[in-house]
Design a protein. Structure first.
Ligand code: NAX
Length: 324
């Protein structure tokens, strides 16, 4: 028996969504027994073109497709949401401060949160992608008191996949953790990366990269893509969204650790309650579980503190939306 699920994608006319739609509609994220809808609160006429393309893909699992700019209609009874719609980074690069970007996006996520809280299923799983992703998820969590905080996450899987590539191009595929913010302070942690058989990556990797060099390569990868492509990452971002949601819904493999930015319960590696921070997790039965007990040395702690401090500041900057 097919069980239909309702999937909402905001910013559906944008470049990440264009690639993500294929992953969603082909059935590889939610399993083979499910069906989907999607929406976008703007760019309706362009989306009609995307609708025609999706129809022409003849995906057997795509049951119904709806396009709307009405938040209530979009989120009513939603099971899953990819919140991608936001101001893109290319506008950010044209002289905008991260703080300004945060302010312009805060209201979007506040408004979406209030509607989600009213009309979506309480079991909805939400992935925030639009930047500043962690703090948008922080605002969303504070705006959705009836949705469990565990159901709200932000995307750092692209950063993990970038770190994985830097290692796997010469050494083999590792499990590598990204801590903190999806920003230039993110901390892709080479010292705790492990191969599937449990071997540590760092003793071999350090011949090729010192710690700062590895971390900066991953931190700057998004900017390098923009410089070369003249557009921000889209295909790799969509693949990361699909990886994140698939692992969350269908489970991680035996021994696999992935990075998700999740809402701290105040008892996670010293991260204050409600801060949305990327941590190592495993997933099973639709739930993520923190990987505990990783010990950071002196230099790693400095990277960890730096990204945590940035997120604490962003949370303070974001509080204005709750005072309106
Ligand atoms: P695009 O500009 O191609 O698409 C964004 C779409 O969102 C546009 O169609 C726009 O009309 C729509 N939109 C704007 N405000 C909206 C609103 N209030 N409700 C619904 N839709 C709205 O950007 P794209 O390259 O797809 O990137 C989307 C977001 O992802 C950006 O904020 C970008 O910075 C962020 N990213 C986050 C990543 C992460 O790892 N967390 C990586 C990739 C990407 O940079």
């Amino acid at each position: 028996i097919l069980v239909p699920v309702k999937v909402v994608i905001t910013g559906a006319a944008g470049q990440i969504a264009y690639s993500l739609l294929f992953h969603v509609c082909s059935g590889q994220i939610f399993g083979n027994d499910q069906v989907r809808f999607m929406q976008i609160p703007s760019m309706i006429s362009q989306l009609e073109g995307v609708r025609m393309e999706l129809e022409d893909c003849a995906f057997p699992l795509l049951n119904q497709l709806s396009i709307t700019d009405n938040l209530e209609e979009a989120f009513k009874d939603a099971d899953y949401a990819f919140l991608i719609g936001a101001l893109p980074r290319k506008q950010f690069l044209r002289g905008m401060e991260r703080k300004d970007l945060l302010k312009s996006n805060a209201s979007i996520f506040r408004n979406q949160g209030l509607v989600i809280d009213n009309v979506a299923k309480k079991s909805i799983k939400i992935l925030v992608v639009g930047n500043p992703a962690n703090t948008n998820a922080y605002i969303l969590n504070k705006s959705t008191p009836s949705i469990p905080s565990k159901n709200i996450s932000a995307l750092t899987r692209l950063d993990q996949n970038r770190a994985t590539f830097q290692i796997s191009k010469t050494l083999g595929v590792p499990n590598v953790v990204v801590w903190g913010n999806h920003s230039n302070t993110q901390f892709p942690d080479p010292k705790h990366a492990l191969f599937d058989d449990g071997r540590q990556v760092w003793p071999i990797l350090k011949a090729k990269f010192d710690e700062p060099n590895f971390i900066e390569t991953v931190q700057n990868r998004g900017t390098d893509v923009i410089k070369a492509r003249k557009l921000s990452s889209a295909m790799s971002a969509a693949k990361a969204c699909a990886d994140h949601m698939r692992d969350w819904c269908l489970g991680t493999k035996q021994g696999e650790i992935v990075s998700m930015a999740v809402v701290s319960n105040g008892n996670m590696y010293g991260i204050p309650k409600d801060i949305v921070f990327s941590v190592p997790v495993t997933c099973n039965n639709g739930e993520w579980k923190l990987v505990e007990g990783i010990e950071l040395d002196f230099s790693s702690k400095k990277y960890f503190e730096s990204t945590l401090n940035e997120l604490k500041q962003e949370a303070l900057d974001a509080e204005f939306v709750f005072q309106e």
